[in-house]
Unconditional design. Structure first.
Length: 81
């Protein structure tokens, strides 16, 4: 949702089209993981943001997966709860 809003705003205000690709999400709280999965269907849902500096990280489902490289922008926020 935020990525789409940022892309539209950049195009409307500056005439710049941003090519945005959602590579992964990350959330440690299971009930928030469920919300993210249900509403945004990220390609990968990692469990712990502290693992993202490694080559592999544990997903919300317990699998060890490669952390995507070549990321240009990481959007993060604090917990709402």
């Amino acid at each position: 949702l935020a990525l789409d809003m940022m892309s539209r705003a950049a195009e409307e205000q500056y005439g710049v089209k941003l090519d945005i690709e959602h590579l992964f999400s990350c959330e440690i709280e299971p009930f928030k993981q469920a919300y993210i999965e249900r509403n945004f269907q990220p390609p990968l849902l990692f469990r712990d943001i502290r693992e993202l500096g490694r080559k592999k990280a544990v997903t919300a489902y317990g699998s060890l997966m490669d952390v995507p490289g070549g990321v240009d922008m990481l959007i993060a926020g604090t917990s709402c709860v």
